[in-house]
Design a binder for this molecule. Structure first.
Ligand SMILES: [Zn+2]
Length: 287
């Protein structure tokens, strides 16, 4: 079976590893009815990149994994690349702050070129650490995020934001920050949203909700755009974390069994949000 209720089934944020389940995880997703994955890059080498060449290799690994998944399963895979925001903290320990920040902004520029060359559909994850850091590093993190926004404006793409949980004030200042640089709020996605963010709508920022059962049911009738994601990490040390890759198609199928009206609501995360935020139309594969 492909798709659910005549819709594509989209996981808006996951990672795959070269030493984890990789294509096997994508096959589980496909077997459960999944059709489209947004595959975010990650550090595959077990140490923080200390040179731009490492980021280039990292992005190429993501691209390679995406190709393998497409070939093995027929799932559509959209690649998303950027230097992970926490890398800046780790790299500072090794390189010092100014060199680390320069590397980070260069890696953001590289990610921007990938978008321009259509090898990537967004910058992600970008943002700032989800844990407290010393003031100097916090400021450098904000500088890096501001640079990410300028790159996104220049190449006209969405930013997938990694940050602590944001309240109404945090969401509205996130939307403002984007607008000030020239990135419209509907291109600013708050990744890893763990609670319903009603105030995201007024801020114009787009939540990407973790697909926990209760949260999906809670947001299902909300006006969009919003996404569903597993943030699947494919980490052999943490199997199934954050959620398994088969989660979203399984949730979608359960909703479709329960109510066709509810199933129709899934057009919001699976079609309309993708169109609005990315300007892409997720097509169902030909059967
Ligand atoms: Zn992630």
């Amino acid at each position: 079976m492909e798709g659910v209720a005549g819709l594509p089934v989209v996981d808006h944020h996951c990672h795959l590893s070269t030493v984890g389940d990789g294509v096997r995880a994508a096959a589980r997703f496909h077997a459960a009815g999944g059709t489209h994955l947004f595959l975010a890059t990650q550090n595959y080498e077990g140490m923080v990149p200390t040179e731009l060449e490492s980021y280039r290799r990292q992005f190429e690994t993501t691209e390679h994994l995406a190709r393998e998944v497409r070939e093995a399963t027929g799932v559509t895979v959209y690649v998303v690349v950027a230097p992970y925001p926490v890398d800046l903290i780790r790299a500072t320990e090794l390189l010092g702050l100014s060199v680390a920040l320069e590397l980070h902004t260069n890696a953001l520029d590289l990610a921007g070129r990938w978008v321009r060359d259509r090898r990537s559909v967004a910058l992600g994850e970008v943002g700032w650490p989800h844990f407290p850091v010393p003031a100097e590093l916090a400021e450098a993190g904000r500088t890096a995020f501001h640079h990410a926004l300028t790159v996104a404006r220049d190449v006209d793409c969405p930013v997938i934001v990694h940050s602590p949980d944001l309240d109404r004030t945090g969401l509205s200042s996130l939307g403002d920050e984007g607008r000030k640089v020239g990135v419209p709020a509907h291109r600013v996605v708050k990744h890893y949203a763990r609670t319903r963010l009603e105030s995201a709508l007024e801020a114009g920022v787009v939540p990407s909700y973790l697909a926990r059962r209760d949260l999906v049911n809670e947001v299902l009738r909300d006006p969009g755009p919003w996404f569903l994601e597993t943030d699947y990490l494919d980490d052999p040390a943490r199997p199934g974390a954050v959620l398994d890759l088969a989660t979203i198609p399984r949730r979608a199928a359960a909703i479709a069994r329960r109510s066709s009206t509810d199933a129709e609501r899934l057009v919001t995360p699976f079609v309309h949000a993708v169109e609005k935020v990315y300007g892409l139309t997720p097509e169902l594969p030909n059967r």
